[in-house]
Design a protein around this ligand. Structure first.
Ligand code: ATP
Ligand code: MG
Length: 393
């Protein structure tokens, strides 16, 4: 149902700082917003003066779903639910009275904050606030004006075609529009960390493709389904994506058979990087993303990370590198992946874990241990067994 012609104003974030490139950032954000709104109904999405207007075209639009979706789009700094009206003080007052009646009933003090994007409008922003505030104070005698610490702030924006009335906006997802920052391959496990690291890199405008390693029968179909579900949850902000599923059992078994136990995890991780790089090269992606955090486990010490990334020439982006687990968990909750991540299915990392993993590896020792394996053959075979799934919001 359309209620009072309600619509959304999306305020652009960092995009507005882009000098000459600004236009292409805006175009991408507009396209991403249009695509995202499609599943919520028939919306008109347009951009004017650093603001995206999202307007329902009919009564069939799911406004709540659209509102949530708008808040997840990267590149949007803030979202306001607003009602357009004619550009006159009377119309603005009438609209505020009807649209914000509930807010006024709950408040004891208020103020009006105005913005005049249309400089031709006959009142300046202070005059608008005074005129509208005065009338609203009369209309709601139980609520008084307080310009310093009001319970309710009524926003009035005079724009090109209409005036808009709204209560305070809420924060958007921030960042840059997906697709403006290139293309990367993210290593997605079923854990807490990698969904968060993927989200953080996508927020910097990077389009992602996922790689997930499976080790049946040591890992289950449920474990794989969980990762697909995590990817699906991420599409709300990261956009549709491909998840590559790569068989990893033989590599792990060969490592266990032929390499010293203390190096199991490190050698395994080097294989993951080689395979992810191969997928990235084929996809034209320019970087790898992992959920590693310095010192979290033996394979994430500085020396271990160095040994791991020595097999790839691509940049390895690790947005969680300096974050504490509690911060990562907080973010996982915020982006909605926490509940799925904590489902208790085995990941391939947790099968064959050494009792005493090496925390201070020397690259030459690892390379010597790997010499017992047919690295190229194993990599090629794993890549031949690759399958993929396209995941959409
Ligand atoms: P996570 O919580 O993301 O699983 P973790 O703290 O458990 O991370 P590890 O298991 O050592 O750490 O893995 C480090 C990183 O390697 C992960 O964040 C992820 O990017 C990648 N990774 C681990 N296991 C897999 C897997 N099965 N498939 C794809 N990537 C993986
Ligand atoms: Mg893990």
């Amino acid at each position: 149902m359309i209620d009072n012609n309600e619509m959304f104003l999306l305020k652009l974030g960092e995009v507005v700082l882009k000098g000459l490139n600004r236009r292409s950032f805006e175009d991408r954000l507009l396209a991403n917003t249009r695509r995202r709104m499609k599943s919520c109904g028939n919306f008109n999405v347009s951009l004017r003066q650093s603001t995206i207007y999202v307007e329902p075209k009919d009564g069939q639009c799911d406004m709540e779903a659209a509102y949530e979706a708008c808040r997840q789009i990267f590149g949007v700094a803030a979202v306001a639910r607003a009602v357009p009206c004619e550009k006159s003080v009377e119309a603005i007052v009438e609209t505020a009275k009807a649209y914000l009646a509930g807010e006024f009933a709950a408040a004891q003090t208020f103020k009006v904050e105005s913005k005049r994007a249309d400089k031709a409008f006959h009142l300046n922003s202070i005059q608008i606030s005074q005129a509208v505030g005065g009338e609203l104070a009369e209309a709601f005698p139980n609520v008084s004006v307080d310009v310093h610490k009001p319970d309710l702030t009524v926003y009035v924006e005079i724009r090109e075609r209409f005036a808009y009335v709204h209560a305070p906006s809420v924060p958007g997802a921030g960042g840059l529009p997906v697709g403006t920052g290139g293309h990367a391959v993210s290593l997605l496990s079923g854990g807490l960390d990698s969904p968060v690291s993927s989200w953080m890199i996508a927020r910097r405008g990077v389009e992602l493709e996922m790689v997930h390693f499976v080790s049946p029968p040591y890992t289950s179909q449920q474990a794989q389904d969980k990762v697909i579900e995590l990817a699906r949850l991420l599409t709300a902000s990261c956009g549709r994506m491909i998840v590559h599923i790569i068989p990893f059992t033989e590599i792990q078994e060969e490592i266990r058979k032929n390499c010293p136990e203390e190096f199991f995890t490190l050698i395994m991780r080097r294989f993951m990087m080689r395979l992810a790089e191969a997928v990235a090269k084929k996809a034209g992606a320019k970087a790898l993303v992992t959920g590693e955090s310095l010192g979290q486990v033996a394979s994430q010490t500085m020396l271990s990370l160095n040994v791991t990334e020595a097999v790839t020439t691509m940049p390895v982006l690790r947005p969680l590198i300096g974050m504490d687990k509690v911060e990562i968990i907080r973010l996982a909750r915020r982006i909605g992946t926490y509940d799925t991540s904590i489902l208790p299915y085995e990941d391939c990392c947790t099968v064959f874990t050494p009792r005493h993993p090496c925390t201070r590896p020397v690259l030459a020792d690892i390379e010597a241990a790997e010499a017992a394996l047919d690295v190229e053959g194993l990599v090629n075979k794993a890549l031949e067994g690759e399958t993929w799934i396209r995941v959409k919001p």
